[in-house]
Design a protein around this ligand. Structure first.
Ligand SMILES: [Zn+2]
Length: 109
């Protein structure tokens, strides 16, 4: 899961003018938009857990069929077992999952 940001000039309801805004993204989906003049934050509702599961599903769907099957049967149980299983998996997956957890934590605060 990736966080990124972009700047753009948008119309701010509070400033009643076109001002520089910072747009924050999670996985290329807009999370919120902040006006740089008045710092008004426009939150966008995204289902963070749905994004997270979708991402994991996409990764796992290329893995052996047995794992995919287990994953479909009980996602929560699968996620609990994941750290042990991940030892034999590429380092990158673990790192990305840790990163995703960080993003989710920030988002929930
Ligand atoms: Zn503003």
């Amino acid at each position: 899961m990736k966080e990124s940001k972009m700047e753009a000039n948008l119309y701010c309801i509070q400033c009643r003018d076109e001002t520089p805004h910072v747009i924050f993204y999670i996985n290329n989906r807009i999370k919120n938009v902040e006006c740089e003049e008045c710092h008004r934050i426009q939150g966008i509702k995204i289902d963070i857990m749905k994004e997270f599961y979708k991402e994991i599903y996409e990764r796992i769907s290329t893995k052996p069929a047995r794992i995919t099957q287990e994953y479909k049967q009980d996602l929560n149980k699968f996620l609990l077992k994941l750290p042990a299983r991940a030892i034999s998996k590429p380092y990158r997956l673990i790192r990305d999952l840790n990163n995703s957890r960080k993003v989710i934590k920030q988002f929930k605060n």
